[in-house]
Write a protein that binds this ligand. Structure first.
Ligand code: NAD
Ligand code: DAU
Length: 379
């Protein structure tokens, strides 16, 4: 590491052990972490956690602000002295190289991705570009920039449980479950996971991967089930349940995912994968019924008002039946477990959307996108 070498060299005095201690402390505390996709849903919670929890780290949020990226998600921390933003696309290699150089990046937390399954069915190539090629661009940039002292760095790839495909009525996804992605989204994430693993095996890049189940919470873009249905209930619009509503997902409060990412980043072993999940399976229709009941209570509407909005629609093509994560490894080896029950988390999430209707209106109207286009002179 540069600091350590500069300070150790040329100081053959008795003070060396003390200096060494000081410098090692310095090295450890002076990480300059690139977080990609930090303006998105999960990324913004990860950026907030790292900025607040580690004031000695420099946190560089790199995001090209697609429809899903919104700097309003980070308003509360944007003035923090250890927070920096770079509007860069991970497909732009020279710009990536510049950012690594400008901040002397020591570690990467890679979250930037196209993340919505329905969009991947319409435009698979967008997912190949960002999720596969973008990831390989980042791997190459990190590998080249860190070539002098690879082992001192870390490339952490944040992935999804969807890479494992679908479960039947029983069983859980473990870290040993073979990959069997079924949608263009999950195929692109699976591919990116394989590249990350290959860079570890082939080039000894120090990597770690985590595969997480469905997140929910504040700042979730209202195209995904929970925020879409909250928004539709507020406006008394139909709630489009795909197929028979029996598909099952394992839900985790987003702040618990951010906590898990913190733990894996600091304590996870190189070359390992960690599954992260909520131990919290819900059939879509049961979740939607619960959501309707809570929303009626919070909005002071008669019981059953929101449930009348439920409309069964044509199923998503290739719709995975069931996801459920076995999170024993991260619990046993790193001591992580979810801190929020689903009832608490869902209630907090609804309250957040009801208290932040302006955010919801801005992202559904597209106002914020026009604002950033103007701000960054992009067409
Ligand atoms: P999101 O769609 O809310 O955010 C993605 C962010 O990436 C946005 O800010 C967007 O602007 C940015 N981005 C997209 N393309 C980019 C590009 N080419 N260059 C730079 N930035 C780009 O996604 P999310 O739900 O927060 O998911 C974040 C990560 O976590 C993804 O890798 C996703 O696969 C993974 N994940 C998500 C979930 C979930 O339930 N949402 C669960 C497990 C894993
Ligand atoms: O499992 C982790 C994954 O969870 C992440 O990797 C993805 O980025 C994230 O989008 C999410 O994928 P899903 O496809 O599970 O999430 P979505 O919110 O789109 O759908 C959840 C379930 O609800 C799924 O079974 C499809 C169903 N659904 C979804 C929408 C948007 C509906 O029935 N109606 C809807 O309108």
């Amino acid at each position: 590491m540069k600091y350590r070498n500069e300070l150790i060299e040329g100081r053959g005095s008795k003070k060396l052990p003390f200096l060494l201690f000081l410098c090692t402390e310095n090295v450890d505390m002076s990480k300059r972490i690139l977080i990609t996709g930090g303006a998105g849903f999960i990324g913004s919670h990860v950026v907030r956690l790292f900025v607040q929890q580690y004031p000695a780290y420099q946190i560089v949020n790199l995001d090209c602000l697609t429809y899903a990226g919104n700097l309003a998600n980070l308003k509360d921390i944007e003035q923090s002295p250890n927070y920096f933003f770079e509007k860069v696309n991970i497909l732009d290699v020279p710009a990536l190289e510049q950012v690594f150089k400008k901040y002397d990046i020591t570690d990467v937390l890679h979250l930037a991705a196209e993340s919505h399954v329905d969009r991947s069915i319409v435009s698979p190539l967008d997912f190949v570009y960002t999720n596969v090629i973008g990831t390989v661009n980042l791997l190459n940039t990190a590998k080249t920039y860190w070539k002098e002292n690879l082992a001192e760095h870390r490339f952490y790839h944040i992935s999804t449980d969807e890479v494992y495909g679908t479960l039947g009525d029983t069983g859980l996804f473990t870290e040993q479950t073979p990959y069997a992605p079924n949608s263009p989204y999950s195929a692109s994430k699976a591919s990116s996971d394989h590249f990350v693993r290959a860079y570890h095996e082939t080039y000894h890049l120090p990597v770690v991967i985590s595969n997480c189940s469905n997140n929910y919470g504040p700042f979730h873009f209202p195209e995904k089930l929970i925020p879409l249905f909250i928004n539709n209930i507020i406006h008394q619009k139909p709630l489009p349940v795909y197929g028979d509503g029996k598909n099952t997902r394992d839900w985790l409060y987003v702040i618990d995912h951010a906590r898990a990412i913190d733990v894996v980043f600091h304590q996870g072993k190189n070359g390992e994968t960690y599954n992260i999940g909520g131990f919290n399976e819900w059939k879509n229709i049961d979740l939607v019924q619960l959501l309707c009941r809570l929303m009626d209570e919070k909005l002071g509407r008669d019981p059953g008002t929101s449930a009348r909005l439920i409309t069964y629609v044509k199923d998503r093509p290739g719709h995975d039946l069931r996801y459920a994560i076995d999170a024993t490894k991260i619990n046993r080896e790193l001591g992580w477990k979810p801190s929020v029950t689903f009832e608490e988390g869902l209630s907090k999430t609804i309250d957040w959307y009801l208290d932040n209707k302006e955010w919801l209106e801005q992202v559904t109207s597209g106002d914020y996108q026009h604002y950033y286009e103007k701000m960054y002179h992009q067409s």
